[in-house]
Ligand binder design. Structure first.
Ligand SMILES: Nc1ncnc2c1ncn2[C@@H]1O[C@H](COP(=O)(O)OP(=O)(O)OP(=O)(O)O)[C@@H](O)[C@H]1O
Length: 233
């Protein structure tokens, strides 16, 4: 579970995040929409303990991220816009390395199994990651999340720059992960994917969550309308 309560972040006199209240349960995919600079990455970075809150609390599985950063890091997997992997190592070697960092050691066959589950074709497993496309690298990120048995997944614009097929595949993987009781927070500019993939949608503006809804209760067209209305006023 991901939880923010009255969470704010100030940079000097500038408030980048303003009193965010948010709860994402296991099996939920919360898609955070908003213009550039709205505070989406700030929110994700607070969950990751990359930055410290100015006010309020941020918790993962009921554990305070600021007070217990090492413990909460064990629960989470993070896929940024450009996942940093080692270009000279293969997909399976990268996976092995990142599993090792989180204290997990798997037999090689198991590592291949995780990559397979993440949708990476077998002939790519042993190829240098430097030759991978962005979509393939993102799949290694998903494999890391699966191997780590992460209970929370944070994604910052993971599909930006992916072609529609790769983006669709990525969305399907998230659907599968959702079934495994992971709480997912994804910052995105893609309204279509947010509606398709998310269980919940939030719209952020000037650091404030100005709208929160379930994807069930809203059509694509209405979502776009509500989003644009917020961007114009
Ligand atoms: N280290 C920093 N120092 C000062 N201001 C910052 C810092 N990091 C972020 N900001 C400001 O905080 C605000 C929120 O930024 P944030 O990166 O969270 O936006 P975002 O919604 O993720 O945008 P994008 O869609 O462009 O990724 C922006 O105005 C940004 O300039």
């Amino acid at each position: 579970m991901l939880e923010a309560a009255q969470l704010s972040k100030d940079y000097g006199s500038f408030r980048a995040l303003n009193q965010l209240d948010l709860k994402i349960l296991k099996g939920e995919v919360f898609c955070l929409l908003g213009a550039n600079g709205a505070g989406k990455s700030t929110t994700i970075n607070l969950f990751l303990n990359f930055i410290q809150p100015s006010e309020g609390t941020v918790k993962i599985n009921d554990v305070d991220v600021t007070q217990h950063p090492l413990e909460t890091k064990k629960y989470i997997a993070y896929i940024p816009e450009n996942l940093m992997l080692y270009p000279n190592l293969s997909g399976v070697e990268n996976l092995q390395y990142f599993c090792g960092l989180s204290g997990k050691k798997y037999p090689t066959a198991e590592l291949h199994n995780f990559l397979q589950k993440a949708g990476l074709k077998e002939d790519l497993h042993k190829r240098r990651v430097g030759k991978y496309s962005k979509g393939m690298r993102q799949k290694v990120g998903i494999a890391i999340a699966i191997a780590k048995q992460a209970s929370a997944l944070l994604l910052d614009e993971p599909t930006s720059g992916l072609d529609p097929k790769a983006s669709n595949e990525f969305a399907q993987l998230l659907q599968e992960l959702k079934q495994t009781d992971v709480a997912i927070l994804m910052a995105t500019h893609d309204l279509f994917r947010a509606k398709e993939t998310g269980t919940h949608i939030g719209i952020m503006k000037h650091g404030k969550l100005v709208e929160k809804m379930t994807t069930e209760e809203i059509s694509h067209r209405d979502l776009e309308k509500i989003y644009l209305e917020h961007m114009h006023d």
